[in-house]
Design a protein around this ligand. Structure first.
Ligand code: SF4
Length: 281
């Protein structure tokens, strides 16, 4: 068996930074607002190290609150302050930039469109920073129906694909003669998707490692499925021998590994180690 790793995989800069900040503040009286990342194994590990995850602010009455990389709206900052809690902000700087871009556009008198997923926490946080005159658009069809306006400002969810953003912007260009576009996309998602697709084209089987509740990992699996046999796994324990040992020529079988931006390095390593065992059969 030949094992290949995607050129870009696993933790992005914002997630690495948020976890580092959480660990630095782990004192047993410290909570992230929502799971720090969409990876149950990492959330559990942090809990063991003294960083709990709370669903909402009402259940936190003392200690430190860590805002995760997705960010939150301004009201949450006020509520944390009002409750007398210590605040540690691990919002990814790229997300912060998108939040501030939306707010500035509104202050400059633009109607604002956020290109992104309506239910994503990051998009909700950008919407809350914009405060008013802001619409979330997910698809080109929605953009086509958007009512024309005098001045239109456009920002994006950081993890939107470049292609989706361009399709939507193309429609929105027809809606105003005064348009300001702030392309607040971060490259981490595009890099991981591109690298996964390139690898999936060259191998027989792809393993996509990451939380089933992680949107970016699920998306990687969907993209790889189009190119070769693909399995989405959370941990090395889920790997089944029959995926490989039925192969007529096991020694020549090419297996690719990729992982979402919320998948810890140690899980990727465990997957690689487990595959090496089959290699020795
Ligand atoms: S995907 Fe990009 S914007 Fe989101 S947390 Fe990672 S680095 Fe930050």
């Amino acid at each position: 068996m030949k094992i290949f790793l995607a050129e870009y995989l696993g933790f992005c800069y914002g997630v690495k930074r948020a976890i580092k900040i959480a660990k630095e503040n782990a004192d047993g009286k410290c909570c992230t607002l929502g799971p720090i990342i969409h990876n149950p194994q990492m959330v559990e590990r942090l809990r063991e190290e003294g960083v709990d995850a709370a669903e909402n602010l009402s259940s936190i009455n003392e200690g430190t609150v860590i805002i995760r990389s997705h960010g939150v709206g301004p009201k949450i900052y006020d509520e944390i302050k009002a409750k007398g809690l210590r605040l540690v902000d691990a919002t990814c700087p790229h997300v912060k930039r998108a939040q501030m871009a939306a707010r500035e556009l509104v202050n400059e008198g633009y109607d604002v469109v956020i290109v992104g997923e309506k239910n994503h926490p990051e998009v909700k946080s950008i919407l809350e920073w914009a405060e008013k005159n802001t619409t979330i658009i997910e698809t080109a069809a929605e953009a086509e129906k958007f009512a024309p306006c005098q001045r239109l400002g456009i920002v994006s969810q950081t993890t939107v694909s470049g292609m989706r953003f361009e399709e939507i912007v193309l429609q929105l260009l027809k809606k105003s003669s005064d348009i300001k576009i702030l392309r607040t996309i971060c490259t981490a998602t595009d890099q991981r998707q591109k690298a996964a697709m390139e690898l999936a084209e060259k191998v027989d089987v792809m393993l996509v490692v990451g939380g089933r509740n992680s949107a970016n990992t699920t998306k990687l699996a969907k993209l790889c499925e189009k190119k070769c046999i693909t399995y989405h796994i959370e941990t090395a324990e889920e790997i089944l021998p029959e995926w490989f040992i039925q192969s007529e020529n096991l020694s020549a079988l090419k297996v690719g590994i990729t992982a979402g931006a919320s998948t810890p390095d140690w899980i990727i390593k465990e997957v690689t180690e487990k595959l090496k065992v089959y290699d020795e059969l």
